[in-house]
Design a protein around this ligand. Structure first.
Ligand code: ATR
Length: 294
């Protein structure tokens, strides 16, 4: 017990401690400080990670302050993931394609924007659900900001086909057109969902349907019995950790994958960009689960 405490304690704050953090509005619900703080302590990196409530009118001032103070970097959450881009010096191509930045790295006086949400989701799907994506038929529910990042990351994995299904078909169409030309794809409305599910290997919910307090909601009214037994049902919602969609999919004989891993791996990639070290994923997961229970 004593040893665990010592490992968690990490180096004391001194004049070399590097500052990291997360900005958002609101921000006090964020589990990132608990998760990244644990990652720094676990690896003995001399850094601290704090939550900053930054409003939209102060983004420019924050970016300038981050440069001036020599912050190591920061995460960006709702509602600033797109607006922050105007205040950075360079944007990584993955973030450019996703149209959003959630991780900023400072190098010298330059702030560089990355997007680890989509890659974090894909790493979670592969590592936690053991899913092979190459040659698979994938159905994505939703066409918002979260879907965009995930779709651009999925497009790198050589899927056989991606169907984007959205309440508003025009948004699905626009998103499909933004994907690389060599990815076989379709943009569909809710009426086509049943047919799309019938030959899907993986169905992913990127909408907020089913998120607390609306835990009875099913994304686009999906019926899990439309899916093939053995197919993977994946949900980016992690509050609750098991959504109604996942529970019904499991009863229908599908494999399930919850949204907590996306949050953990987006943080793991951020840690790896900042430190060049492998992230202590198991410790990060333990801390997030504990924080969610509070
Ligand atoms: P985010 O950045 O979280 O993806 P967003 O950009 O507002 O948020 O996108 C929300 C997505 O969830 C959209 O695809 C939205 O559908 P519309 O484009 O038709 O608005 C979808 N969505 C949200 N709530 C939904 C619900 N209850 N049922 C079905 N789709 C829903």
């Amino acid at each position: 017990m004593k040893q665990t405490f010592a490992a968690e304690a990490g180096p004391a704050i001194d004049s070399r401690t590097v500052l990291y953090g997360v900005i958002g509005d609101p921000i006090r619900h964020s589990k990132s400080p608990a998760m990244l703080g644990r990652a720094f302590r676990e690896t003995g990196v001399n850094a601290v990670y704090l939550a900053f409530h930054v409003t939209a009118d102060r983004l420019a001032a924050f970016a300038e302050g981050a440069r001036a103070m020599g912050m190591g970097g920061f995460n960006v959450t709702i509602p600033h993931k797109t607006a922050i881009m105007a205040h950075l010096d360079m944007i990584d191509p993955t973030a450019e394609a996703a149209g959003a930045v959630n991780t900023v790295v400072r190098r010298e006086d330059k702030l560089i924007g990355f997007n680890t949400d989509g890659p974090g989701y894909v790493r979670s799907l592969k590592e936690e659900a053991g899913v092979e994506l190459a040659g698979r038929r994938i159905v994505v529910l939703g066409a918002g900001g979260a879907a965009r990042g995930i779709l651009h990351a999925l497009a790198q994995e050589e899927p056989a086909h991606i169907a984007i299904v959205n309440r508003t078909a025009a948004r699905a169409e626009a998103l499909a057109q933004s994907l690389p030309a060599d990815v076989p794809k379709a943009a569909l409305g809710p009426d086509d969902l049943r047919e799309a599910c019938a030959d899907a290997d993986i169905v992913i919910n990127t909408t907020s349907a089913g998120m607390s307090p609306n835990t009875d909601e099913l994304p686009l009214g999906i019926d899990a019995s439309w899916m093939k037994p053995g197919a993977v049902a994946s949900d980016i919602v992690y509050n609750p950790m098991r959504t109604r969609f996942l529970e019904e999919a499991e009863r229908a004989g599908c494999r399930t994958h919850g949204g907590l891993g996306m949050f953990i791996y987006q943080g793991a990639y951020a840690f790896e960009y900042w430190t060049g070290q492998a992230a202590p994923v198991a410790a990060m997961r333990e801390t997030v689960i504990r924080a969610l229970g509070q």
